[in-house]
Design a protein around this ligand. Structure first.
Ligand SMILES: C[S@@+](CC[C@H](N)C(=O)[O-])C[C@H]1O[C@@H](n2cnc3c(N)ncnc32)[C@H](O)[C@@H]1O
Length: 390
């Protein structure tokens, strides 16, 4: 139960013998400004004094509150302390060991959902025929849930909801457990339709194994990256996927070192396996003419090609990577494929651009956030409909 911040602060300050504005100062060690520190203070206070979570630790709320402030001021992400984050209208459970969903992924996945809805409204897909979607590197399962919520809304009458089959694959058992918990919670609170329990499955899947299956990459893989063969990865290519979405680990290894571009908090508390791709044997990426940070994009593009996936959405970490991955896609894909880049909306926020402007096909000067490949009859459709309906 949320209650008054001032009263909590006073109670806490008194119990812990700390001046109440000291809490704010502590949070300012991590927060960029007073407004965000105040907002975090409020959320931490509400969480500490929420009577429904008393049993978790059996600590007095004042003690818990002080501990939360300490943890946060040392850099632990707010989402891990609170145990969840609002994301795309969902309450997504968060635990250490699993990447906290990013705002950029919400933008990309929402645009993908709108695109798939457009395919249905124009008769390219039929509501009764399941659209089969692979969400590779599912993490918390947030993207799978967002797609289900958008395409088969919980309050929709049966005929208007799109039938779906969604696989959320990940190499991490922590992620798979959390994704299942998120699915259960979303159904329980009515955020997604109960049919999601049948439509979505979270399963072990190793992108490296997929890469081995589709290319000569295996000869470059170092022993430390080789996992035992698994059924899901091997059968993946036999399944007729319509669509694939992934935000794979894609940050250069050097950026994860102290002093690199990955912030201290992410480096210390978020899982490296979710952020940095594995290092392949010396020279492998040069031979393939692929930047080492882009190894999973290479694999996923090869998989998309081999499995004849009709649309593949690849979220990238930054603009120059979007340019590289777009070129890589153009090099690997058949001539009748359609390739586009979705803008990083955050860069353009405030320019008054409509949702439809998220799609940009050719302009290399535009900062990209996702590269999208269309093949087969869906590519033909896309060529005639190059922008989303706003
Ligand atoms: C950048 S996170 C994206 C998570 C989620 N899709 C999101 O948007 O929040 C990348 C995910 O890929 C997973 N991953 C890393 N290596 C993998 C591999 N070889 N095969 C499958 N998944 C992998 C990580 O565990 C992590 O959950």
């Amino acid at each position: 139960m949320a209650s008054d911040l001032g009263a909590h602060l006073e109670a806490s300050a008194e119990a812990n013998n700390v001046p109440s504005d000291q809490y704010l100062q502590q949070l300012l060690q991590q927060c960029p400004d007073t407004a965000s520190a105040t907002s975090e203070l409020k959320r931490l206070s509400e969480h500490a004094f929420d009577s429904s979570t008393y049993q978790e630790t059996q600590l007095a709320p004042e003690t818990r509150f002080a501990q939360y402030i300490d943890r946060r001021s040392q850099g632990e992400p707010l989402e891990y302390i609170l145990g969840s984050t609002p994301w795309a209208g969902l309450d997504i459970l968060c635990r250490s060991g699993t990447l906290i969903p990013r705002e950029s992924s919400e933008i990309v996945a929402s645009n993908f959902a709108r695109t798939l809805a457009q395919l249905q409204s124009e008769g390219v897909t039929k509501p009764a025929v399941p659209v089969r979607i692979a969400d590779i590197g599912t993490g918390t399962g947030c993207v799978s849930l967002l797609l289900h919520k958008s395409l088969h809304p919980p309050d929709s009458t049966a005929p208007s909801g799109q039938s779906l089959e969604i696989l959320g694959g990940d190499i991490s058992s922590d992620c798979l457990k959390l994704a299942s918990d998120n699915l259960e919670q979303a159904v329980r609170v009515g955020a997604v339709s109960s049919s999601a329990r049948d439509d979505i499955s979270f399963q072990f899947l190793d992108m490296i194994k997929l890469g081995e299956a589709v290319s000569q990459l295996d000869k470059h893989i170092t022993p430390s990256t080789i996992k035992t063969s698994d059924a899901t990865s091997m059968s993946f290519l036999d399944h007729k996927w319509d669509a694939m979405i992934s935000y794979p680990p894609c940050v250069p290894a050097a950026d994860f070192l102290p002093g690199g571009r990955v912030p201290y908090s992410d480096r210390t508390y978020q899982p490296k396996v979710a952020i940095v791709p594995p290092v392949l044997a010396d020279g492998a990426m040069q031979e393939l003419e692929v930047d080492p940070a882009d190894v999973f994009f290479y694999i996923l593009l090869k998989v998309a090609l081999k499995a004849e996936i009709k649309v593949t959405v690849l979220e990238v970490c930054e603009g120059p990577q979007a340019t590289r991955v777009r070129k890589l896609a153009a090099r690997l894909m058949p001539s009748d494929a359609w390739i586009e880049r979705w803008r990083d909306e955050m860069v353009f926020a405030g320019d008054g651009l409509a949702e439809s402007d998220l799609v940009d096909v050719n302009d290399d000067a535009v900062r990209g956030r996702a590269v999208v490949m269309w093949t087969g009859d869906w590519a033909e459709w896309r060529r005639k409909n190059p922008r989303n309906v706003a």
